[in-house]
Design a protein around this ligand. Structure first.
Ligand SMILES: Nc1ncnc2c1ncn2[C@@H]1O[C@H](COP(=O)(O)OP(=O)(O)O)[C@@H](O)[C@H]1O
Ligand SMILES: [Mg+2]
Length: 223
């Protein structure tokens, strides 16, 4: 459903990723690992439409989306949880959720009762971990076929990371494709059907299914 072919992308004249190719099917989880500064968020911005590729092709269900702005991509079924600024600080929790067009939080409300207890609180007054959870819930509630999650577990307690994993697993069963940028190798190992490791401008690790190996992933992110 998502395909990148020979993509190069960066900022101005500086390319961060070169010749990246990947393909993702409905219901698949792609784990993207790599140390800080290796281009995980750049890849998230490319898929979300904040950044355009310098070269190469990006297609969603066969349609070239390289020139499609972020808000049109959202309508086309791509939801992104950015690594930072994943919520609107000046809006309440309820308003942040309402923007996703959802009133009923379903399983997300059961797994994260703190969110439903704080509907009238300003998102900006919540802790870092709570803001991450709210941003995650927003992305997961979007009417999306592809969800991009940029380091959702950063600063989140283990118990809540487990709830995040359960919600991603449930989305996958519904046929939603997920791109999961993470430094939390256990989370990637638990969820990913395909893993790529980024370093120095490109893909340095690639594994699928049973080939996904914790020791290899740790080596790939510590090079
Ligand atoms: N807005 C920006 N302008 C210029 N360079 C940037 C910008 N954002 C990130 N970079 C650079 O791009 C590289 C990759 O960053 P990023 O995609 O944020 O990596 P990661 O998410 O893996 O930590 C880094 O060298 C970073 O300094
Ligand atoms: Mg990042």
């Amino acid at each position: 459903m998502l395909s990148l072919r020979d993509i190069s992308v960066g900022y101005g004249d500086t390319l961060v990723l070169r010749d990246v190719s990947l393909a993702l099917q409905p219901g698949q989880v792609l784990g993207v690992i790599g140390r800080n500064g290796t281009g995980k968020s750049t890849l998230a911005r490319l898929i979300g439409g904040e950044l355009r590729p310098a070269t190469g092709q990006i297609t969603l269900e066969g349609r070239d989306i390289a020139a499609m702005p972020p808000w049109v991509r959202a309508r086309a079924g791509i939801a992104v949880m950015p690594q930072t600024d994943m919520v609107f600080d000046a809006l309440t929790v309820a308003e942040n959720l309402a923007l996703m067009g959802r009133v009923d939080l379903g399983e997300a409300g059961e797994r994260f009762p703190r969110i439903t207890e704080r509907l009238t609180q300003l998102a900006g007054s919540m802790s870092g971990g709570e803001r991450k959870i709210l941003g995650f819930v927003r992305a997961m509630l979007a009417p999306a076929r592809l969800v991009v999650l940029d380091e959702p577990s950063e600063g989140v307690q283990a118990e809540n990371i487990a709830h995040m994993q359960a919600l991603v697993a449930a989305a996958r069963v519904r046929g939603v494709a997920v791109v999961l940028m993470e430094q939390n190798i256990a989370m990637v190992e638990a969820l990913a059907d395909v893993v790529i490791g980024l370093d120095s401008g490109g893909i340095i690790y690639h594994a699928t299914g049973d080939q996904i190996d914790r020791a290899d992933m740790l080596e790939a992110i510590s090079l």
